[in-house]
Design a protein. Structure first.
Length: 249
């Protein structure tokens, strides 16, 4: 079994696939290393022989996780590294090492699945958009705060924006103008995300007149899905790229 990990700024997405990659055996989302090892311990008949991961966390945090994986599962995790080119895809950053590794893998995954020009939007702690031309050139992208950062900034920097999490979830049942603080903030922030995605779509239309594929991923992809009716929502997009960047044979 192969253990795959996508360590974002807020959550670790993990999954266990069969060695031939054909089956997804276990999967989960956890908010800490400790919770990851609890989940793995609870997976019945787990036999991990290989492990690969991508992390946008600090080197120290990533090394700590790799050490713990070695101690508890006996596997040496392979970590995705920056590259100026993988297969037919070229990194468009001035310094390719600066492009977030999750973005790079999502770009690799999208181009592999789409086989033509692509727009990739990843909605997590931050929201990122990346453009790839039909011939595999990553053209750069945009970064803005994601939903959790937007709402946290509002509550941190105001005196009277306060509401609890349960109310927040209920507020997102619809997007009419809010009649409470929770509704006004939650819906306002979701509209920011949707507006951002709509703008990326316009940019892609101008950039790729011959046509393009749109990929949405990240924990909040569902909130913007209907802004781009033809979009493919691929929660595992980073893992698709991880398999390309870190082949195990
Ligand atoms: N089951 C879930 N677990 C965690 N976050 C979720 C879930 N479903 C939706 N979300 C949303 O996804 C966001 C995190 O997305 P994610 O792509 O995991 O972020 P990151 O890669 O930055 O850690 C959360 O802030 C939350 O709004
Ligand atoms: C932009 C990000 C913070 C997104 O992280 P995430 O929301 O997935 O946790 C991450 O890709 C990152 O740290 N990038 C480095 C900066 C850059 O891509 O230019
Ligand atoms: K992201």
């Amino acid at each position: 079994m192969i253990l795959e990990l996508d360590c974002g700024n807020s959550f670790i997405k993990w999954r266990v696939i069969s060695v031939d990659g054909a089956q997804r055996l276990f999967a989960g989302v956890v908010d800490s290393d400790a919770a990851l090892f609890e989940s793995l311990a609870a997976a019945p008949e787990l036999r991990v022989s290989r492990c690969r991961l991508v992390s946008v966390r600090s080197d120290a945090e990533t090394e700590q996780l790799v050490t713990r994986l070695r101690e508890s599962l006996g596997v040496d995790a392979i970590c995705a590294q920056s590259a100026s080119q993988v297969g037919g895809v070229r990194n468009g950053y001035e310094d390719f090492r600066r492009l977030g590794l999750d973005r790079w893998l999502a770009v690799l995954g999208a181009y592999h699945l789409g086989q033509r020009a692509c727009l990739v939007v990843d909605l997590g702690t931050a929201v990122t958009a990346d453009f790839i031309s039909a011939d595999g050139m990553h053209q750069g992208g945009f970064i803005c705060p994601g939903l959790p950062l937007m709402r946290d900034q509002l509550s941190t920097h105001t005196r009277r924006i306060r509401y609890d999490r349960q109310v927040a979830l209920a507020a997102l049942q619809e997007l009419e103008p809010g009649r409470s603080t929770a509704e006004a903030v939650e819906r306002g922030c979701v509209l920011m995300l949707r507006g951002f995605v709509a703008e990326q779509l316009l940019q892609a239309q101008a950039r790729f007149p011959e046509g393009f594929e749109v990929f949405l991923t990240g924990g909040d992809a569902g909130l913007v899905q209907d802004v781009v009716p033809g979009a493919q929502v691929v929660p595992d997009l980073v893992f698709v790229g991880l398999a390309i960047a870190c082949p195990l044979n």
